[in-house]
Structure formats: C-alpha cells, structure tokens
Design a protein around this ligand. Structure first.
Ligand code: F6R
Length: 622
C-alpha cells in the first residue's frame, strides 16, 4: 500500500509532491511526509494524519531555497520524494512516517510494500552498527542504500544492492546528498511508474499522480531501477544493464471529481449508480445478444472451459460470489469463488481449461494480482473485471472487461460494486450463450431486465435515502446488526455488513440466513437489529421462516422486500420496499438501501465516510 512520488528537475518541487500525494491518498492516509535536497542537506517533514496535515506543516516550516524554485528564490533544479502511508510495520506515528533516513542523515527513502525478511535484516544491520530509528521495515532500505554507497557503489548499484538484500514487495524512491540532482527508484511486486517532460522527470505509484504533469510514461518492470536526473531517465534492468526506457503516451483524461451538491463522495457515488450500471452495459448488448469484444478469448476455447474460478477481495469478492449464482444457472458451468488471499495457498486445481475471472475495482490489489499470476502460471486463461484502465491486473490478463463506473473516491466501494455486478452478469450471459445453454429469447429477457435497472435505481434512490436516514436515527444506539440472505441475497447480506463495519465501525455480521440456526442465532436477543433480504427468490419462503426465527428471539427486524411480495411477507418491525426484478439481478437493487443505511449510521456517529480509519482504497500489500 502507501503512495509514493519522486521528482527531479525544474519546478515547484514541494507543490508537485504534495499534489501527487493528494492524488494517491486513496492508497493510505495514516501519516505522510516529504524530503527535499537543499544546499547539500536533506530537508524532511513528516506528520501523522492525512496529507492536509503534512501540507499545513510544510507551508509553515522554514523552506529550503531549492524547494521553492518557482518563487525564484532558489536554484531552478531540485529533487524530492514524498509518501502517504498505510501502516504495516509500526504504528502510524510521526517516527514511523516516511521518508526514513540512514544513519548519516544523508539518504532519505520512501517505500511501498513489505519486506518479508525484515526481522533477520534488521538484526543483521543492527549487529553491523546501524542505528534504526523507527519500527518500520521500510527504514532498512535507507541503511541498505547507505551500506551500498559506503562500499563504493553508484546510486543505482546501491539501489540494486538494497533490492537484492531485502526480500518481498518493494516500490521505493530515494534521494542522497551525494547525488544532488537525482532520485533513484526501483520496484519489485509493487507498482511504480516514471514520466518525463523537457525539464523534469517524475515517478509515482499510480497514473493519477503523473497525469497533471506528463503523459509520457513508462511502467517499471519487476527488478528495474531508474535514476531520474532532471529530464533524463536512466533505466537499468534486473541484471543491472542499462536499457532504453519504453515511454508511451497515456491517453486518459486527468479527472478531478467534484462533490457538487453532495456532502461527501460516498453519497455522491451511491447516487451515481444508475449511470455506472448504464455505462457498463453500454454497447455490450445488441439485438438480444451479449457483445463482449473486450473478451479476446476464442469463443471455441470458452465453450470448452471446464470451470470458472473467480477471485477477489472485499466488496469485489461479494460481486464474485453473486456471479456464482447467475453464471452457474445460465452457463451450467461450475464457478469456484475464492478470496484472493486464500486462493494460491490452497493449491487450487488449475489447468488450461480453467477460466480465471479476477474482479477488482483498482486492478492493483496485491492478493488478486498474485492469484491471477498463479492461475496464469498454471495455464489458465485470465479475464479481469476492473474499473481502472491499464491497471496491473488489466495489463497481465488475457482479456479485460472494464467496468465503467468512473473514478471512485470514497474508500467504501459502492458504484463500482454495482458496475461489477453488471459486468459479471454480462459475462454469465455471454458464457451461457457461447456454451449454448441460453437461447436468444432468454438472453433478451434478462438484458431487458438489466436495462431497466438504472431507471429503477434513479426512481427509488430518493425514497430509500429518506427511509434509511430515518432508520439510522431510530438505531442510533444500536451496536449489533445482522444481515441475512439466501441465494443471491447472501452476497447482498455480506456486503450490507461490510459497508456498515467499515464506515460506521459497528459490529455487523452478514450470514446465510439458513446457517443462523447452526450457531449464530445464539447471539440474537432484544436490542439486536436484523436486516433480512426477502425479495422474490426460489428460497423466499425459507427466508421468511428465518425472519420469524430471529423475531421469536427478540430481534428488531428490517425486511427488504419487493413490492409484489409485500402482502405475503411476515410481520417485520420495519420494511424497505424495493422494485421486483429477476432473482439473479436482485443484488443490484437490494444492496442500495443497505449502502445508504451504512452511510447514515456513520454520519450520525460523526465519522469521515470517505476515509474510514485503518483503510485504504487500494491494497497493495498481501
Ligand atoms: C470495501 C472495499 C474493499 C475492496 C477490496 C478490494 O468497501 O472497498 O473491501 O473491495 O479492498 O479492492 P479491489 O476491488 O480494488 O480489488
């Protein structure tokens, strides 16, 4: 995790670094820091909290001349590095914030990743007399660079030395007083990109931090080291040989989403869901057929696959789980669903007849990327469903089905979940069609159902908004909430619970309704709130019985029910009415009131819904 930025050249270095960090804050925001070189000395500021805290500190600190080149006070060329952190080793304190310095204070390093051999490496460096000032693994890189430079290596050789001594995921950037116009960067298993223009070069963890400054970008490969020296970029391959950087033009627009009439991005993104669904559907259906030009896998190969393995994390995992119900029904093919972090370690049975579907908003999630690589290495075809164009997962897949939800700023996934459900539905229908399990009329009927969803969402959002706001007032003191569902309602229950946990910090459990009686029902007592997803389905009657079971034990119940079934439903303390759609499409509707409930519960508790504690939007550590 963590976001890193490095800059070398002419410009307002500090402002570029701070701007880059603010664009990378989705990668972590528990502390931030930057370091510049001024008159042969390293100038370093670090703060706990968000990038805004760092900016306040930097703006009020005595500034080095070089850091403010644009004011005309200092030399026109300068270098700097900056970091926004998501803590892995060491609590989020100022002492553990990056950049970290070596023993001499003449080298500063920032790092994204985890050093797997942290303990033994730290012991070795301490035994050799290095004094380690923080609890982080990252600081060790500063001491390894120090070791390299002290032994006579050049800057890029010292970086290679650090990479060879440290095991695990590394994207790092460093400056050294002995190299006043250079930033050295290196990567292994964590993303890092370098861009350049006529007067400077810049490196960052992700494209959004580069786009305001350049579109000439090279994505570093594993093991590569680059030295940024003003507009010059020297690239070294994993063997240390000098190579030519393969810059290419990035065509995306730098989007800077505005809040508009909304108080926060999460609410705005909940309201953008109709558009997210419509855009993901756009040009992918034609005269009752699914057209997935992006799936560049031979239809004959698709027809012969033996199973689908879907891997994902968090909310994306819930989309994968929902896809199991629809794809198995429509394509009559087995779909195994794994949490990406579990997948490769269970040694799954994979061969070239497996289609691995990796689902990720960011396309950078370390666990999902590792799962994808594992499956690919065993011969599987890999199809990624993701929102971020050109992400690592997209680049490493045989095919990509982009969700077109637009940038999602709120850390809690909302509109990208609906876009993922749309994409997996399209894929399920497509497989059903290719495998000749669905005829055109069945596909056309389901497409027609999907095409109604944006409008249904737009029409019902305002009412759900009011109702969920009122419900959050009613449950202001509630501390225990269950979400129960069966079939496609089960991933909805899981997602309702995850949303509530992550932004309101309340204890919430999502459970398969039929499983409650096997243990968790012991937790039900007066005061516990239970949401039951009871919309029309094969198992609706059973879900109703499960509602009666928790009611009988004193729970306060909230039934999510479609309008046509309402008359048949058992009594419930509260009812959230939703429009009736096909059971397999129902997650796209049923989850939305739950997102709003989580939102209002968090707001009542005065919490930052866009940046919940301990979380990051993109999780690039395993
Ligand atoms: C929850 C949430 C996370 C992500 C998870 C996977 O609201 O956002 O659980 O879903 O970290 O991230 P992606 O989808 O980027 O792989």
């Amino acid at each position: 995790m963590c976001g890193i930025v490095g800059f070398s050249g002419t410009g307002d270095v500090v402002s570029v670094l701070l701007d880059g960090l603010s664009r990378l804050e989705y990668r972590g925001y528990d502390s931030a820091g930057l370091a510049c070189l001024d008159s042969g000395k390293i100038w370093c500021v670090r703060r706990t909290g968000k990038v805004a805290e760092l900016e306040r500190a930097v703006r009020s600190a005595p500034l080095p001349a070089g850091a403010w080149a644009s004011t005309g006070n200092g030399p026109a060329a300068s270098v700097g590095i900056a970091h926004t952190r998501w803590a892995t080793h060491g609590s989020p304190t100022e002492r553990n914030a990056h950049p970290h310095l070596d023993c001499t204070g003449r080298i500063a390093v920032i790092h994204n990743g985890i050093l797997d051999n942290y303990r033994s490496l730290r012991r070795r460096l301490e035994d050799q007399g290095h004094s380690i000032a923080s609890d982080t693994d990252s600081e060790l890189l500063a001491h390894l660079l120090e070791e390299g430079l002290a032994s006579g290596k050049s800057l890029h050789e010292a970086a290679r030395h650090a990479m060879s001594e440290a095991e695990g995921a590394i994207a790092m950037a460093a400056i050294a007083a002995e190299y006043p116009d250079c930033v050295v960067v290196a990567r292994r298993d964590s993303p890092l990109l370098v861009g350049k223009e006529e007067t400077f070069s810049i490196a960052a963890s992700d494209i959004p931090a580069l786009l305001p400054y350049t579109r000439n970008v090279v994505v570093l490969e594993d093991g590569e080291v680059a030295v940024l020296k003003g507009p010059k970029v020297e690239l070294y391959d994993s063997e240390g040989n000098r190579t030519s950087p393969r810059f290419r033009k990035i065509s995306w627009e730098a989007e800077s989403p505005e809040l508009g009439r909304f108080p926060d991005f999460m609410l705005k993104e909940i309201y953008e869901q109709p558009e997210a669904v419509a855009r993901t559907l756009m040009s992918r259906v034609d005269a009752g057929n699914i057209v997935l030009d992006d799936v560049r896998i031979d239809p004959a190969d698709l027809a012969s696959i033996s199973k689908v393995c879907a891997v994902a994390c968090g909310t994306s995992y819930h989309a994968a789980l929902a896809s199991k119900y629809s794809t198995e029904r429509w394509a009559r093919i087995a779909v195994e669903v794994d949490l990406s972090s579990e997948f490769r370690y269970r040694d799954p049975v994979i061969d070239d007849r497996v289609l691995l579907v990796a689902i990720s908003q960011s396309g950078e999630t370390a666990d999902s990327l590792a799962a994808l690589r594992h499956a690919r290495a065993q011969g599987a075809r890999v199809l990624t469903i993701c929102n971020v164009v050109d992400s690592s997962m997209a680049r490493e897949s045989d095919a990509v089905l982009y969700t077109r939800a637009g940038p999602e700023i709120g850390v809690a996934a909302t509109k990208t979940f609906l876009a993922q459900l749309t994409a997996t539905t399209l894929l399920g229908l497509y497989l059903g069609q290719q495998r000749k399990h669905l005829d055109t009329s069945q596909v056309a009927a389901t497409i027609a159902g999907m095409q109604q969803i944006p409008d249904l969402l737009s029409r019902h959002l305002p009412r759900w908004d009011e109702e969920m706001s009122a419900l959050a007032d009613r449950f202001a003191e509630t501390r225990d909430v269950f979400f129960l569902g069966r079939g496609p309602g089960y991933p909805v229950a899981l997602e309702g619970a995850l949303k509530l946990k992550e932004i309101s910090y309340l204890r919430a459990e999502g459970y398969a309704a039929g499983e409650m009686k096997h243990g968790p029902i012991a937790l039900i007592e007066p005061g516990v709130v239970v949401f039951v997803i009871g919309t029309a389905s094969k198992t609706q009657e059973k879900v109703f019985s499960n509602l009666e079971e928790v009611k009988a034990r004193g729970a306060t119940t909230v039934l999510v029910i479609d309008s046509e079934s309402r008359a048949l439903a058992p009594e419930s303390d509260f009812v959230v009415e939703v429009p009736r759609v096909d059971e397999l499409l129902s997650p796209m509707i049923d989850v939305v009131p739950l997102q709003l409930f989580a939102y209002y519960m968090a707001k009542r508790r005065g919490l930052d819904v866009d940046k919940p504690r301990n979380l990051a939007k993109t999780v690039t550590v395993e």
